[in-house]
Write a protein that binds this ligand. Structure first.
Ligand code: PMP
Length: 404
């Protein structure tokens, strides 16, 4: 993705970030809507986060042993996301989902898993089957190198299509360990769940003895303080986290029901370990970030920014006669070059005008606005985006649309 394979042209090399802005190596400033793919929810180089990192670093970078700060992070996560009764820290979202899948398989004694086409859960083997994000952008949604024996255990269904999930459970009764889902899909642009989809997954999993895994690596602390599960009122068995909880440093986490988490080593036999898990510097960055976003009104203000931006883009596109559709949930948003008013299915996403997206992306880049360099990624606003930044972006979009 960062090689600009999704949009063509030379990638930009960045040197510095502050608040809502990035500067490239030539000193050009951009309004940034990528936010390091999600973590920078309070903006780049937030003073409280930088200070926390500097203080932690001065005390030693990593000990490979228990720390109070790791426990503090666990308590914060638990307080905000009550379904997470116990949590393990890891070093990336990929590690979180891989570990959650192994745990679900070990706990249920079953091998098959259900995921949804266009969802991306990191680069673990079982999950690189019809994946979204960069795998989709680069044309390798199912990667060579993943053994067929493993890939065959991953059932890929259509996002927002509950009937397909019911059918899969009927066909593979007692074989499905878990359903893993992005509760708001952010790796095929931004596709929210249709009403009843997540609730239906919950019911089907419960009925068939499978675990429901919410991959909230992107949506956790991004769409609402309690994540998508808080927003939609659906309780998963396991949750994976990443991005925001690391504040920009490499962090992931997985957690959930205590009786399931207790099956992990050393209490149980399902193996998990990691040299840098719970690294105190990363914990400091994450905790400083969570403290900022835990302030009253934070998410209301963030969601309002997403709405201002998407409404502005929509208005600008209409004026130029360009068919556009937009969607946003909390601090994540998407826009689609399509005449369809709502995009709920993967096939609708891939049917959008990708060439037009590419031209729009480059026109915006020329205007000093850095959007995700792929039509299959959600965009992110941060608390640092001011009304002026949003208006500047909409003005730039007006000029860009008129040039399409
Ligand atoms: N799950 C989701 C929903 C993600 O969006 C991502 C990364 N974009 C991952 C997992 C993988 O995280 P990481 O890149 O930290 O391995």
């Amino acid at each position: 993705m960062r090689a600009f394979k999704g949009v063509g042209g030379d990638p930009v090399f960045f040197e510095r970030g502050q608040g809502a802005y990035l500067w490239d190596v030539d000193g050009r400033r951009y309004i940034d809507y990528v936010g390091s793919w999600g973590p920078m929810i309070v903006g780049h180089a937030h003073p409280a986060v930088v200070e926390a990192v500097q203080e932690a670093a001065a005390r030693g970078l990593s000990f490979g042993a228990p720390t109070a700060i790791e426990t503090e992070m666990a308590e914060l996560i638990r307080a905000f996301v009550p379904s997470i009764e116990k949590v393990r820290m890891v070093s990336s979202g990929t590690e979180a989902t891989m570990s959650a899948i192994r745990l679900a398989r070990g706990y249920t004694g079953r091998d098959r898993i259900i995921k949804f086409e266009g969802c991306y859960h990191g680069s673990g083997d079982s999950l690189l089957v019809k994946a979204g994000s960069s795998a989709l952008t680069l044309g390798v949604p199912s990667s060579p190198g993943v053994p067929a024996a493993l890939a065959n255990l991953t059932l890929n269904l259509e996002y927002n299509n509950l009937a397909q999930v019911a059918e899969a459970f009927a066909r593979h009764a007692d074989e499905i360990a878990c359903v893993i889902v992005e509760p708001v899909a952010g790796n095929m642009n931004c596709v929210p769940p249709i009403p009843g989809f997540l609730q239906g997954l919950r019911e089907l999993c419960t009925r068939h003895g499978a675990l429901l895994v919410f991959d909230e690596v992107m949506t956790g602390f991004r769409v609402a303080l309690g994540g998508a599960q808080g927003l939609y009122g659906v309780t998963p068995d396991l949750t994976t986290l990443g991005k925001v909880i690391g504040g920009g440093l490499p962090v992931g986490a997985f957690g959930g029901r205590a009786d399931i988490m207790d099956r992990i080593t050393p209490d149980g036999a399902i193996f998990h370990a990691g040299t840098l898990s719970g690294c105190p510097v990363a914990m400091a960055a994450g905790i400083a970030t969570l403290r900022q976003i835990g302030k009253p009104g934070f998410f209301e203000a963030l969601a309002a920014k997403s709405r201002t931006l998407t409404e502005g883009l929509l208005g600008a596109a209409r004026r130029a006669g360009v068919p556009l559709s937009t969607q946003s949930v909390g601090g994540m948003f998407g826009f689609f070059f399509t005449a369809e008013p709502a995009v709920t299915r993967f096939a609708q996403v891939t049917a959008c005008d990708i060439d037009r997206f590419r031209r729009f992306f480059h026109a915006m880049l020329d205007e000093g606005v850095y959007l995700a360099p792929s039509a299959y990624e959600a965009g992110f606003v941060s608390a640092a985006h001011s009304d002026v930044d949003l208006e500047t972006t909409v003005q730039a979009a007006r000029r860009a649309f008129s040039r399409l």
